[in-house]
Structures are given as C-alpha cells and as structure tokens.
Design a protein around this ligand. Sequence first.
Ligand code: ZN
Length: 232
Amino acid sequence: MTRNDQLAGQAGAQSFHDCQERTVSEPLFKGAHQALTYAFNYSAGALDRPAMVKMADRTPRTGRGLAGVDGAAQAGFILRELQALSPLHQRILEARFMPQTTPCPCCRSSVWDQDWFAAVRAVSEGVMLSGIFSGQIVHRAVRDGIVARYFAEKGNRSRVLLKDLALHAGVSERTVTDQNGKITIWLRGARVVRKGAGVVEDGKKGEEARAMELIESVLRGAGIVGENEAAA
Ligand SMILES: [Zn+2]
C-alpha cells in the first residue's frame, strides 16, 4: 500500500523510457503467480540476489534484466497494474503474496508483518460486506484470525488455531469451525457443493481465484506475463 505506492511512484518517475522499451521486449514472467511473488518480495527487500537471478532467467539476452534499478522498476510496474483490480481483490493478492512475518523491533522474535496483517483485516471486512454471514454476528478477532489462517504459509499456520480464536472470543469452537468453513469457501471456492443425498450443485468460484484470473489477464495485457517466444 504505502510501500507499493512509493515503488510505483519511483518506477513512474524513473521511466517512461523503460516503459517504451519494455513493451517491445519479451514478457518476463510465465504467469501472474511468479510476477506477484517477485514484485511483493522485491518491494519488501525480501528477495536475495540469487533468487532474483533465478527469476530473471527468462529474460532475453538483450542486456536488460531484473537486476538493480530495472528490477525495482519492474516490481513497480507489476504493483501498479494491481490498481486495475477492485480494492478487495488487491487486498486478497497482498494477503497472498506479501511477506507475512518480520522480526520484532524489540526482541527480534518473528511476528506478523503489519502491512500483511492490514491486508488480512481488509479482506476480513470484505467477508462481512459479502453477505455470507447475513444477520449473523461474527466476532472481529475471529474473522481476522480465520482470514490470517487461510493465507498463512504452512510454517505460519500454527500461529492461528481455531480453538484459540474461540477461547479468546468466548464463543464455541463449533461456531468458529463453522465460520471458518464459510470464509474458506468464499475465498477458495468449492468444486462441488453437495446438497442432500445424491444432489450435486455446481461449484462456486472463490474470490481469490477471481483475483488471480483478473491480474493474470491485466499482466498479460501489459506484456509483463506471457509465453516467451524463443529468443534464438
Ligand atoms: Zn519483541
């Protein structure tokens, strides 16, 4: 958000020229997943040099690449394209791709990254606006926790346990499990929804899948993502 704006700003200031050149060069990323992983890690300073070089291996041998200033500009371009999406979809992609933890300034222990958690909270607000809980009261800390758990990387999932959320909010574990199921389906979608014996309904597309499809098409349109036409 602020960080992204800064980066997008830097990239913009730095270059109309880069932009012109970029549109005539080959796409740099195979897909939106790779492009977003690159951009969000770069903007957080979390990408080490070997990782950058590895991600840049599709760059054609034109002397241009993702190292140094060009890398920052590229990350800025990608993050700027996100603005074509709705705020909810932007926050979903931030929650999925931003680094999740950071060393605590006081004790260096690993804590949730504030920017990441802000994205999680915004998605949690989106859950309430979506209407999936119409008329039902959902404790804010519970839904924030459920959304954090949904996006948490494997190693971070144990930081949010449904039974702890229930305990802190003073609601039953069963209630939290039920709310977790609804939120997860809203975000992840469901292949098939079974209703009663033998009746199968079509699956529902999740909001995360919608966000990925949209950004994939936006990045493809911008020439950032696509097939690499074999550079001889
Ligand atoms: Zn601390």
